[in-house]
Design a binder for this molecule. Sequence first.
Ligand code: FAD
Length: 426
Amino acid sequence: MGRAFVYVILGGGVAAGYAALEFTKRGVSHGELCIISEEPVAPYERPALSKGFLLPEDPSRLPSFHTCVGANEERLTPKWYKEQGIELVLGTQVKSADFRRKTLLTAAGETISYKILIIATGARALKLEEFGVKGSDAENVCYLRDMGDANTLVDLMKSFPGGNAVVIGGGYIGMECAASLVINKINVTMVFPEEHCMARLFTPKIASYYEDYYKSKGVRFIKGTVLSSFEIDSDGKVAAVILKDGSRLPSDMVVVGIGIRPNTSLFEGQLTLEKGGIKVNGKMQSSNSSVYAVGDVAAFPVKLFGEIRRLEHVDSARKSARHAVAAIMEPNKMSEFDYLPFFYSRVFALSWQFYGDNAGEVIHFGDFSGSTFGAYWVNKGHLVGSFLEGGTKDEYEAIAKVTRLKPAIENIGELERQGLGFALAI
Ligand code: FAD
Protein backbone atom coordinates (compact mmCIF):
# COMPACT_ATOMS: atom_id res chain seq x y z
CA MET A 1 0.00 0.00 0.00
CA GLY A 2 1.41 3.41 -0.83
CA ARG A 3 0.98 6.90 -2.17
CA ALA A 4 3.41 9.18 -3.96
CA PHE A 5 3.77 12.96 -3.79
CA VAL A 6 6.22 15.51 -5.10
CA TYR A 7 6.44 17.30 -1.74
CA VAL A 8 5.83 15.79 1.69
CA ILE A 9 5.88 17.74 4.96
CA LEU A 10 6.53 15.46 7.92
CA GLY A 11 4.85 17.05 10.96
CA GLY A 12 1.69 19.15 11.07
CA GLY A 13 2.48 22.04 13.42
CA VAL A 14 3.19 25.73 12.97
CA ALA A 15 5.96 25.33 10.39
CA ALA A 16 3.85 22.91 8.30
CA GLY A 17 0.96 25.38 8.12
CA TYR A 18 3.16 28.27 7.01
CA ALA A 19 4.95 26.03 4.49
CA ALA A 20 1.59 24.98 3.02
CA LEU A 21 0.52 28.60 2.54
CA GLU A 22 3.83 29.43 0.85
CA PHE A 23 3.51 26.41 -1.47
CA THR A 24 0.11 27.63 -2.65
CA LYS A 25 1.39 31.19 -3.12
CA ARG A 26 4.16 29.80 -5.33
CA GLY A 27 1.83 27.66 -7.38
CA VAL A 28 1.85 24.06 -6.15
CA SER A 29 -0.48 21.84 -8.21
CA HIS A 30 -3.35 19.76 -6.83
CA GLY A 31 -2.17 16.39 -5.56
CA GLU A 32 1.52 17.38 -5.33
CA LEU A 33 1.71 18.17 -1.61
CA CYS A 34 0.99 16.03 1.44
CA ILE A 35 1.26 16.81 5.18
CA ILE A 36 1.56 13.91 7.62
CA SER A 37 0.82 14.69 11.25
CA GLU A 38 0.48 12.72 14.43
CA GLU A 39 -2.02 15.31 15.63
CA PRO A 40 -5.69 14.79 14.74
CA VAL A 41 -6.22 18.39 13.59
CA ALA A 42 -4.89 20.63 10.81
CA PRO A 43 -1.91 22.87 11.69
CA TYR A 44 -2.63 25.52 14.31
CA GLU A 45 -0.87 28.34 16.14
CA ARG A 46 0.65 26.38 19.05
CA PRO A 47 1.31 29.46 21.27
CA ALA A 48 -2.47 29.85 21.70
CA LEU A 49 -2.48 26.71 23.88
CA SER A 50 -0.97 28.51 26.87
CA LYS A 51 -2.83 31.79 26.25
CA GLY A 52 -6.33 32.15 24.72
CA PHE A 53 -7.06 28.40 24.97
CA LEU A 54 -6.84 28.52 28.80
CA LEU A 55 -9.06 31.56 29.40
CA PRO A 56 -12.03 30.91 31.69
CA GLU A 57 -14.35 33.13 29.60
CA ASP A 58 -14.74 32.71 25.86
CA PRO A 59 -11.60 30.60 25.35
CA SER A 60 -10.05 30.23 21.87
CA ARG A 61 -11.00 27.00 20.15
CA LEU A 62 -10.36 25.66 16.67
CA PRO A 63 -10.99 26.62 13.96
CA SER A 64 -10.22 30.15 15.23
CA PHE A 65 -6.46 29.64 15.58
CA HIS A 66 -5.49 27.47 12.66
CA THR A 67 -2.34 28.79 10.98
CA CYS A 68 -1.72 31.34 9.62
CA VAL A 69 -3.81 33.78 11.71
CA GLY A 70 -0.82 34.49 13.93
CA ALA A 71 0.85 36.42 11.12
CA ASN A 72 -2.37 38.09 9.93
CA GLU A 73 -2.57 35.70 7.00
CA GLU A 74 -5.30 33.41 5.78
CA ARG A 75 -6.78 30.88 8.24
CA LEU A 76 -6.10 27.44 6.78
CA THR A 77 -9.03 25.22 7.75
CA PRO A 78 -9.36 21.56 6.64
CA LYS A 79 -11.68 22.87 3.90
CA TRP A 80 -8.90 25.14 2.62
CA TYR A 81 -6.48 22.20 2.31
CA LYS A 82 -9.13 20.27 0.40
CA GLU A 83 -9.78 23.17 -1.97
CA GLN A 84 -6.04 23.52 -2.63
CA GLY A 85 -5.68 19.80 -3.34
CA ILE A 86 -3.30 19.35 -0.40
CA GLU A 87 -3.52 15.91 1.22
CA LEU A 88 -3.75 16.09 5.02
CA VAL A 89 -2.86 12.75 6.59
CA LEU A 90 -3.82 13.39 10.22
CA GLY A 91 -3.62 11.25 13.36
CA THR A 92 -0.78 9.39 11.69
CA GLN A 93 2.66 8.82 13.15
CA VAL A 94 5.61 8.25 10.85
CA LYS A 95 7.61 5.34 12.25
CA SER A 96 10.62 5.36 9.94
CA ALA A 97 12.21 7.26 7.10
CA ASP A 98 14.22 5.70 4.28
CA PHE A 99 16.14 8.51 2.61
CA ARG A 100 17.72 6.20 0.01
CA ARG A 101 14.33 5.09 -1.30
CA LYS A 102 12.72 8.47 -0.47
CA THR A 103 9.92 6.88 1.52
CA LEU A 104 8.26 7.27 4.90
CA LEU A 105 6.53 4.42 6.68
CA THR A 106 3.49 5.27 8.82
CA ALA A 107 2.34 3.46 11.96
CA ALA A 108 -0.66 2.25 9.92
CA GLY A 109 1.76 0.49 7.57
CA GLU A 110 1.42 2.86 4.62
CA THR A 111 4.45 3.84 2.58
CA ILE A 112 4.42 7.46 1.41
CA SER A 113 7.05 8.50 -1.10
CA TYR A 114 8.36 11.97 -1.92
CA LYS A 115 10.70 13.76 -4.25
CA ILE A 116 11.35 16.53 -1.70
CA LEU A 117 10.80 16.09 2.05
CA ILE A 118 10.40 18.92 4.57
CA ILE A 119 10.94 17.76 8.14
CA ALA A 120 8.83 19.82 10.55
CA THR A 121 8.58 17.43 13.48
CA GLY A 122 9.11 20.15 16.12
CA ALA A 123 9.85 19.03 19.64
CA ARG A 124 8.40 17.10 22.54
CA ALA A 125 8.11 18.08 26.19
CA LEU A 126 10.83 16.66 28.43
CA LYS A 127 9.37 14.25 31.00
CA LEU A 128 10.20 14.22 34.71
CA GLU A 129 11.10 10.54 34.35
CA GLU A 130 14.11 11.65 32.26
CA PHE A 131 15.36 13.34 35.45
CA GLY A 132 14.70 10.30 37.62
CA VAL A 133 11.32 11.40 39.09
CA LYS A 134 8.48 8.87 38.79
CA GLY A 135 4.73 9.48 38.66
CA SER A 136 4.21 12.05 35.92
CA ASP A 137 1.70 9.71 34.28
CA ALA A 138 -0.75 10.39 37.18
CA GLU A 139 -3.99 11.85 35.85
CA ASN A 140 -3.60 15.18 37.68
CA VAL A 141 -0.13 15.89 36.24
CA CYS A 142 0.11 17.54 32.85
CA TYR A 143 2.60 18.83 30.33
CA LEU A 144 1.76 21.33 27.60
CA ARG A 145 2.83 20.72 24.01
CA ASP A 146 -0.25 19.80 22.03
CA MET A 147 -3.99 20.21 22.08
CA GLY A 148 -4.48 16.93 23.94
CA ASP A 149 -2.31 18.31 26.76
CA ALA A 150 -4.17 21.63 26.71
CA ASN A 151 -7.53 19.83 27.00
CA THR A 152 -6.20 17.87 30.00
CA LEU A 153 -5.09 21.11 31.62
CA VAL A 154 -8.50 22.74 31.05
CA ASP A 155 -10.27 19.69 32.54
CA LEU A 156 -7.98 19.73 35.57
CA MET A 157 -8.57 23.45 36.17
CA LYS A 158 -12.33 22.85 36.04
CA SER A 159 -12.10 19.89 38.44
CA PHE A 160 -10.37 21.89 41.19
CA PRO A 161 -11.91 25.37 41.43
CA GLY A 162 -9.98 27.31 44.05
CA GLY A 163 -7.54 24.38 44.35
CA ASN A 164 -3.76 24.26 44.61
CA ALA A 165 -1.51 23.85 41.61
CA VAL A 166 2.24 23.35 41.59
CA VAL A 167 3.99 24.53 38.44
CA ILE A 168 7.37 22.87 37.89
CA GLY A 169 9.73 25.00 35.78
CA GLY A 170 10.26 28.75 35.50
CA GLY A 171 10.56 29.12 31.72
CA TYR A 172 8.04 30.14 29.08
CA ILE A 173 5.55 27.36 29.65
CA GLY A 174 5.73 27.59 33.44
CA MET A 175 5.24 31.37 33.45
CA GLU A 176 2.38 31.37 30.95
CA CYS A 177 0.61 28.44 32.62
CA ALA A 178 0.98 29.98 36.07
CA ALA A 179 -0.68 33.18 34.83
CA SER A 180 -3.53 31.21 33.23
CA LEU A 181 -4.05 29.15 36.39
CA VAL A 182 -4.32 32.34 38.44
CA ILE A 183 -6.83 33.79 35.97
CA ASN A 184 -8.81 30.56 36.54
CA LYS A 185 -8.71 31.29 40.30
CA ILE A 186 -6.32 28.49 41.20
CA ASN A 187 -3.61 28.97 43.84
CA VAL A 188 -0.20 28.63 42.26
CA THR A 189 3.21 27.74 43.62
CA MET A 190 6.06 27.81 41.11
CA VAL A 191 9.13 25.67 41.73
CA PHE A 192 12.38 25.93 39.77
CA PRO A 193 16.08 25.40 40.39
CA GLU A 194 17.38 28.72 39.06
CA GLU A 195 17.72 31.94 41.05
CA HIS A 196 15.04 33.65 38.99
CA CYS A 197 12.36 33.01 36.39
CA MET A 198 13.13 32.85 32.62
CA ALA A 199 16.77 32.34 33.51
CA ARG A 200 17.87 31.72 29.90
CA LEU A 201 16.76 35.21 28.86
CA PHE A 202 15.87 37.55 31.74
CA THR A 203 18.43 39.46 33.77
CA PRO A 204 17.87 39.37 37.57
CA LYS A 205 16.45 42.92 37.34
CA ILE A 206 13.95 42.03 34.60
CA ALA A 207 12.99 38.79 36.35
CA SER A 208 12.38 40.58 39.60
CA TYR A 209 9.79 42.84 37.90
CA TYR A 210 7.79 39.83 36.65
CA GLU A 211 8.17 37.89 39.88
CA ASP A 212 6.88 40.88 41.88
CA TYR A 213 3.96 41.19 39.47
CA TYR A 214 3.16 37.48 39.82
CA LYS A 215 3.42 37.74 43.62
CA SER A 216 0.93 40.61 43.55
CA LYS A 217 -1.44 38.14 41.81
CA GLY A 218 -0.89 35.61 44.60
CA VAL A 219 1.75 33.35 43.00
CA ARG A 220 4.29 31.87 45.43
CA PHE A 221 7.84 31.20 44.23
CA ILE A 222 10.12 28.46 45.56
CA LYS A 223 13.47 28.92 43.86
CA GLY A 224 16.80 27.14 43.95
CA THR A 225 15.33 23.68 44.48
CA VAL A 226 13.76 20.90 42.45
CA LEU A 227 11.09 18.30 42.80
CA SER A 228 12.33 15.04 44.30
CA SER A 229 9.14 12.90 44.28
CA PHE A 230 5.37 12.83 44.20
CA GLU A 231 3.18 11.67 47.09
CA ILE A 232 0.55 9.49 45.39
CA ASP A 233 -2.85 8.86 47.04
CA SER A 234 -4.89 5.65 46.96
CA ASP A 235 -6.58 6.74 43.68
CA GLY A 236 -3.21 7.00 41.99
CA LYS A 237 -3.35 10.80 41.94
CA VAL A 238 -0.62 13.15 43.09
CA ALA A 239 -1.58 14.48 46.53
CA ALA A 240 1.60 16.42 47.23
CA VAL A 241 4.87 17.42 45.68
CA ILE A 242 8.00 16.72 47.71
CA LEU A 243 10.97 18.97 47.06
CA LYS A 244 14.71 18.23 47.38
CA ASP A 245 14.89 20.61 50.33
CA GLY A 246 12.38 18.35 52.12
CA SER A 247 9.35 20.63 51.92
CA ARG A 248 5.94 19.17 51.04
CA LEU A 249 3.44 21.06 48.86
CA PRO A 250 -0.12 19.69 48.92
CA SER A 251 -1.40 19.81 45.35
CA ASP A 252 -4.60 19.14 43.43
CA MET A 253 -2.79 19.39 40.13
CA VAL A 254 0.74 19.72 38.76
CA VAL A 255 1.86 21.37 35.53
CA VAL A 256 5.33 20.51 34.28
CA GLY A 257 7.29 22.75 31.89
CA ILE A 258 10.94 21.72 32.10
CA GLY A 259 12.05 22.10 28.51
CA ILE A 260 11.77 20.35 25.18
CA ARG A 261 13.75 17.96 22.96
CA PRO A 262 13.63 18.20 19.18
CA ASN A 263 12.02 15.17 17.48
CA THR A 264 15.08 13.87 15.61
CA SER A 265 15.08 10.17 16.50
CA LEU A 266 13.88 9.04 13.03
CA PHE A 267 16.80 10.78 11.36
CA GLU A 268 19.75 9.88 13.58
CA GLY A 269 22.49 8.21 11.56
CA GLN A 270 20.89 9.43 8.29
CA LEU A 271 21.27 13.24 8.57
CA THR A 272 23.91 15.46 10.14
CA LEU A 273 22.71 16.74 13.51
CA GLU A 274 23.96 19.78 15.43
CA LYS A 275 22.80 21.63 18.56
CA GLY A 276 20.30 18.80 19.10
CA GLY A 277 18.60 19.46 15.77
CA ILE A 278 18.95 18.73 12.06
CA LYS A 279 21.80 20.80 10.62
CA VAL A 280 20.71 22.77 7.54
CA ASN A 281 22.27 25.39 5.28
CA GLY A 282 20.93 28.88 4.49
CA LYS A 283 18.29 27.28 2.24
CA MET A 284 17.11 25.04 5.12
CA GLN A 285 18.52 22.05 3.22
CA SER A 286 19.94 19.18 5.29
CA SER A 287 22.98 17.00 4.60
CA ASN A 288 20.69 15.10 2.17
CA SER A 289 19.86 17.45 -0.71
CA SER A 290 16.25 16.17 -1.06
CA VAL A 291 15.52 16.75 2.62
CA TYR A 292 14.85 20.13 4.24
CA ALA A 293 14.22 20.89 7.93
CA VAL A 294 12.35 23.83 9.45
CA GLY A 295 11.03 25.09 12.80
CA ASP A 296 12.09 23.84 16.24
CA VAL A 297 13.88 20.79 14.80
CA ALA A 298 16.23 22.75 12.50
CA ALA A 299 19.68 24.05 13.41
CA PHE A 300 20.40 26.78 10.87
CA PRO A 301 23.05 29.45 10.28
CA VAL A 302 22.05 32.73 11.92
CA LYS A 303 23.98 35.10 9.65
CA LEU A 304 23.80 38.01 12.07
CA PHE A 305 25.78 36.09 14.68
CA GLY A 306 27.83 33.91 12.33
CA GLU A 307 26.85 30.64 13.99
CA ILE A 308 24.47 27.71 13.81
CA ARG A 309 21.53 27.98 16.18
CA ARG A 310 18.40 26.03 16.91
CA LEU A 311 15.53 28.27 18.01
CA GLU A 312 12.36 27.15 19.77
CA HIS A 313 10.10 30.04 18.82
CA VAL A 314 7.09 30.50 16.66
CA ASP A 315 8.40 33.34 14.48
CA SER A 316 11.42 31.30 13.46
CA ALA A 317 9.15 28.31 12.68
CA ARG A 318 6.98 30.49 10.43
CA LYS A 319 9.81 32.21 8.60
CA SER A 320 12.12 29.20 8.22
CA ALA A 321 9.22 27.23 6.74
CA ARG A 322 8.42 29.92 4.19
CA HIS A 323 12.08 30.30 3.33
CA ALA A 324 12.51 26.56 2.72
CA VAL A 325 9.51 26.47 0.37
CA ALA A 326 10.78 29.51 -1.53
CA ALA A 327 14.20 27.85 -1.85
CA ILE A 328 12.59 24.61 -3.10
CA MET A 329 10.28 26.25 -5.62
CA GLU A 330 12.66 28.94 -6.91
CA PRO A 331 16.16 27.70 -6.11
CA ASN A 332 17.96 30.16 -8.38
CA LYS A 333 16.26 33.24 -6.98
CA MET A 334 16.73 32.50 -3.30
CA SER A 335 19.33 34.07 -1.08
CA GLU A 336 20.44 32.61 2.24
CA PHE A 337 18.04 32.79 5.18
CA ASP A 338 18.90 35.96 7.08
CA TYR A 339 16.95 35.73 10.30
CA LEU A 340 16.81 38.08 13.28
CA PRO A 341 15.93 35.91 16.31
CA PHE A 342 12.68 37.12 17.85
CA PHE A 343 10.50 35.91 20.67
CA TYR A 344 7.69 37.26 22.74
CA SER A 345 5.36 36.38 25.55
CA ARG A 346 2.08 37.70 26.90
CA VAL A 347 0.91 37.09 30.45
CA PHE A 348 -1.80 38.87 32.44
CA ALA A 349 -1.76 42.45 31.09
CA LEU A 350 1.97 42.23 30.36
CA SER A 351 3.63 41.76 27.01
CA TRP A 352 7.30 41.69 26.01
CA GLN A 353 9.37 41.20 22.91
CA PHE A 354 13.03 40.26 22.52
CA TYR A 355 15.23 40.50 19.43
CA GLY A 356 18.75 39.25 18.77
CA ASP A 357 21.14 37.76 21.27
CA ASN A 358 21.31 38.13 25.06
CA ALA A 359 25.11 38.05 25.17
CA GLY A 360 27.57 40.54 26.67
CA GLU A 361 26.96 43.53 28.92
CA VAL A 362 23.38 44.47 29.83
CA ILE A 363 22.13 48.05 29.85
CA HIS A 364 18.70 48.45 31.42
CA PHE A 365 16.48 51.40 30.58
CA GLY A 366 13.05 52.80 31.32
CA ASP A 367 10.87 52.75 34.39
CA PHE A 368 10.98 49.42 36.23
CA SER A 369 8.35 50.65 38.65
CA GLY A 370 6.04 51.57 35.78
CA SER A 371 4.93 49.67 32.73
CA THR A 372 7.52 50.34 30.00
CA PHE A 373 11.12 49.28 30.43
CA GLY A 374 13.74 47.24 28.66
CA ALA A 375 17.35 46.32 28.13
CA TYR A 376 20.04 46.25 25.48
CA TRP A 377 22.86 43.74 25.27
CA VAL A 378 26.22 45.03 24.03
CA ASN A 379 28.76 42.43 22.95
CA LYS A 380 32.25 43.14 21.56
CA GLY A 381 31.38 46.80 21.11
CA HIS A 382 28.08 46.24 19.25
CA LEU A 383 24.45 46.29 20.29
CA VAL A 384 23.32 42.68 19.72
CA GLY A 385 20.08 42.27 21.65
CA SER A 386 17.04 44.27 22.77
CA PHE A 387 14.21 43.56 25.18
CA LEU A 388 11.12 45.69 25.72
CA GLU A 389 8.10 45.31 27.99
CA GLY A 390 4.94 47.32 27.40
CA GLY A 391 6.04 48.90 24.10
CA THR A 392 3.92 50.28 21.28
CA LYS A 393 4.02 48.79 17.77
CA ASP A 394 6.44 51.52 16.67
CA GLU A 395 8.68 50.97 19.67
CA TYR A 396 8.89 47.23 19.04
CA GLU A 397 9.68 47.89 15.40
CA ALA A 398 12.42 50.31 16.49
CA ILE A 399 14.15 47.79 18.76
CA ALA A 400 13.93 45.15 16.02
CA LYS A 401 15.51 47.55 13.54
CA VAL A 402 18.30 48.70 15.81
CA THR A 403 19.17 45.11 16.72
CA ARG A 404 19.37 44.06 13.08
CA LEU A 405 21.71 47.01 12.38
CA LYS A 406 24.05 45.93 15.21
CA PRO A 407 25.39 49.49 15.70
CA ALA A 408 28.79 50.07 17.30
CA ILE A 409 28.41 51.35 20.86
CA GLU A 410 31.26 53.57 21.96
CA ASN A 411 29.66 55.07 25.02
CA ILE A 412 27.64 52.73 27.22
CA GLY A 413 26.68 55.58 29.56
CA GLU A 414 25.18 57.49 26.66
CA LEU A 415 23.21 54.42 25.52
CA GLU A 416 21.86 54.06 29.04
CA ARG A 417 20.93 57.75 29.16
CA GLN A 418 19.09 57.60 25.83
CA GLY A 419 17.37 54.28 26.61
CA LEU A 420 14.52 53.53 24.23
CA GLY A 421 15.23 56.86 22.53
CA PHE A 422 18.40 55.34 21.07
CA ALA A 423 16.35 52.79 19.09
CA LEU A 424 13.69 55.32 18.15
CA ALA A 425 16.29 57.70 16.72
CA ILE A 426 17.66 55.10 14.28
P1 FAD B 1 5.39 21.99 16.20
O1 FAD B 1 4.46 23.14 16.12
O2 FAD B 1 5.66 21.38 17.54
O3 FAD B 1 4.85 20.86 15.23
C1 FAD B 1 5.47 19.59 15.12
C2 FAD B 1 4.46 18.64 14.51
O4 FAD B 1 5.10 17.44 14.12
C3 FAD B 1 3.34 18.22 15.46
O5 FAD B 1 2.13 18.26 14.78
C4 FAD B 1 3.72 16.79 15.82
O6 FAD B 1 2.61 15.99 16.18
C5 FAD B 1 4.31 16.32 14.50
N1 FAD B 1 5.17 15.15 14.56
C6 FAD B 1 6.32 14.99 15.27
N2 FAD B 1 6.86 13.77 15.04
C7 FAD B 1 6.03 13.14 14.16
C8 FAD B 1 6.03 11.86 13.54
N3 FAD B 1 6.99 10.96 13.77
N4 FAD B 1 5.00 11.54 12.71
C9 FAD B 1 4.01 12.44 12.45
N5 FAD B 1 3.97 13.67 13.00
C10 FAD B 1 4.96 14.01 13.84
N6 FAD B 1 6.93 30.57 20.81
C11 FAD B 1 7.01 31.94 20.85
O7 FAD B 1 7.85 32.51 20.17
N7 FAD B 1 6.17 32.67 21.64
C12 FAD B 1 5.22 32.09 22.44
O8 FAD B 1 4.49 32.77 23.15
C13 FAD B 1 5.13 30.66 22.43
N8 FAD B 1 4.21 30.03 23.19
C14 FAD B 1 4.14 28.67 23.19
C15 FAD B 1 3.21 28.03 24.01
C16 FAD B 1 3.12 26.65 24.05
C17 FAD B 1 2.10 25.98 24.93
C18 FAD B 1 4.01 25.86 23.26
C19 FAD B 1 3.96 24.35 23.32
C20 FAD B 1 4.95 26.47 22.44
C21 FAD B 1 5.02 27.88 22.40
N9 FAD B 1 5.94 28.54 21.57
C22 FAD B 1 6.02 29.92 21.60
C23 FAD B 1 6.84 27.78 20.69
C24 FAD B 1 6.24 27.55 19.31
O9 FAD B 1 4.93 27.08 19.42
C25 FAD B 1 7.11 26.56 18.55
O10 FAD B 1 8.36 27.19 18.32
C26 FAD B 1 6.48 26.15 17.22
O11 FAD B 1 5.28 25.45 17.42
C27 FAD B 1 7.45 25.27 16.41
O12 FAD B 1 6.82 24.87 15.23
P2 FAD B 1 7.20 23.48 14.52
O13 FAD B 1 6.27 23.35 13.36
O14 FAD B 1 8.65 23.40 14.36
O15 FAD B 1 6.81 22.36 15.61
